[in-house]
Ligand binder design. Sequence first.
Ligand SMILES: [Zn+2]
Length: 407
Amino acid sequence: MDKQIQYIKAGWMIDGSGAPVQRNTLLTIKDGIFHDISPFHKNDSPNSSLITDLSRCTILPPLTDCHVHLAISSATDPQSRKQQINATYEDCKTHITDHLHYLFSHGVLAVRDAGDRSSHALRYKRQTASATCKKDPVIIKTAGKAWHKKERYGAFIGSSPASSQTLQDEISKNLGCIDHIKIINSGINSLTKFGKETAPQFSLEELQSIASLATEKKKRLMIHANGKLPVQLALEAGCHSIEHGFFMGDENLKRLADTDTVWVPTAVTMKAILENLEWHKGPGIKDVIRQNLDHQLAQIAKAKQYGVNIAIGTDSGCSGVIFGESVVEELKLLIQAGYSLVEAIQCASLNGATLLGIQEIGLLKKGRPANFIVARATPAMLPRKLSYLEAIYLHGKPCSKAFFNKI
Ligand SMILES: [Zn+2]
């Protein structure tokens, strides 16, 4: 028997492509790669003593979170959030390490960072990339900092161009080591007036110049946009993803369906505020936040109907939006909006990995690395049981359970 070959029997398998759940599957892994994935038959199987038995488990691809702020903690009290603005890299470093561990524990093995004002996440990525033993192997793609218009929303996570500089000039200077460009093109949701929209931060011409720069430099472009006009301009300019997209409206959803642009709805941000209302007091606030969430879920339902490509992102680092478990919460919200379990998992695996431009995870398929997560559960117990994973396999080998469960 070739020592490099392993066999794993999985009770249920969700492959990440949106295909139906497969029952009783035999995975053959050779040198850390899926060599074969076939239905399991008792009679023609290899010697049972050589099989790892996961017949009571569901296996699925590692998850992705396409919108996080690694350098910002999910603290809910305003004082702590304020202090974070001027935190030093040394202060942030421990938080980032913790956040990556929470992500890894939930099987989230790749993230797209949407920026922090001092580019701490970028510095962390560069410093740890050279470390020989990476504690939590989460792939990080980062924007460094986000870009916003002077005196508009965004100072918490980014910078605005100096008055003597264009947006394009500023971004050009900072392109070297980032993975993608993050632009903020609207405000954030009002918690006191339902459906309030804000003006775009940048003109179509400015956004088009950034889209051209991104294409030329082979960087992806993510644009924060809520409301009809900010989203419309972002789509017309040509971006890889619309972040949030609250109140974008039907026409923009149809536009999204006609393009390759991915929508990252981050509905869990509203749910997290609802759960932490003590920090958001005021008349009618609870109703407005609930309406914001319901409206976003209705938009997600329409997106499914129109065929919009959605990737899961959580905005972890926002108030009450916790790293790792928020991916599970966002999956639940997609299902609440009408997605099936396998469709929701596709948004958190293949769709996310494609948006991040990575091949290592996203799909369980012959020829791909044998990276997968294991829930001791039937599919009916998902997504809930993703918060208590049984195992994480990297290149066919299980990570130590004591290690990844230690929170
Ligand atoms: Zn964000």
